[in-house]
Design a protein. Structure first.
Length: 219
């Protein structure tokens, strides 16, 4: 099965919502940061699914958005192979302001507790060797959710199996911290989200219906 990803926008002149672009990929996606002038969308091959070709390979691709073009296509402008497929993909603005990463960094969560960080500019150049910044395997199970702190782009949160929630510094991703003790019964963390007004507040949710708010100052 090939997934058809649809991009919908509100047209300010008509206040109508309609399909303007599409990408035929079985992928998790992340938009480029708002600080960038050009608009891109990153797509990472979805974990635990197969497309119509039954391919077992995995990739991260960058697609360019040009709203002035009348076609529905979004051209692929960069592509690298990945060792892992993805449950979640985010695009952080880290490095945009100081120029250390000209297009920010892309972070992916995969099976086997793997969290991988890439330089987005190197993906645009299809530089497979130079794109990888780091890859760690700290979580117990699949990393199903990631979120970037809106106040500190180097700070990300991730959630995985056995009630694991980790806080990472992208500049030093080898030593994540936990916001508190694991909650019982142990279960998957399906979503983490930073508060958009208070930088040290984080929320997490689980399939059982339990949502938790963490205060990182009390860790």
């Amino acid at each position: 099965l090939t997934t058809l990803f649809l991009c919908s926008f509100i047209h300010t002149t008509t206040s109508e919502m309609g399909k303007v672009k599409e990408i035929k990929r079985t992928a998790n996606v992340a938009w480029s940061p708002r600080l960038m002038q050009s608009i891109y969308i990153a797509g990472g091959t979805v974990a635990q699914q197969l497309d119509a070709t039954f391919s077992t390979s995995a990739h991260i691709e960058l697609f360019s958005l040009d709203l002035s073009s009348p076609t529905l296509d979004m051209p692929c402008v960069g592509r690298i192979e990945s060792k892992h497929r993805f449950h979640k993909l985010i695009w952080s603005s880290l490095g945009l302001e100081d120029g250390s990463h000209q297009m920010g960094v892309i972070v992916g969560g995969s099976d086997n507790g793997t969290l991988t960080i890439w330089d987005a500019d190197k993906i645009l150049k299809s530089d497979s060797d130079g794109a990888l910044i780091s890859q760690t395997q700290q979580h117990v199970g699949a990393v199903r959710t990631i979120d970037c702190n809106p106040f500190q782009p180097s700070l990300i949160a991730s959630g995985a199996s056995e009630s694991e929630v980790f806080i990472w510094d992208i500049n030093n991703p080898t030593s994540p911290m936990s916001p508190g003790n694991k909650l019982h019964p142990l279960e998957d963390i399906t979503c983490v989200a930073w508060n958009r007004q208070v930088q040290h507040i984080l929320g997490s949710t689980s399939p059982s219906g339990r949502s938790v708010v963490w205060d990182l100052r009390k860790n």
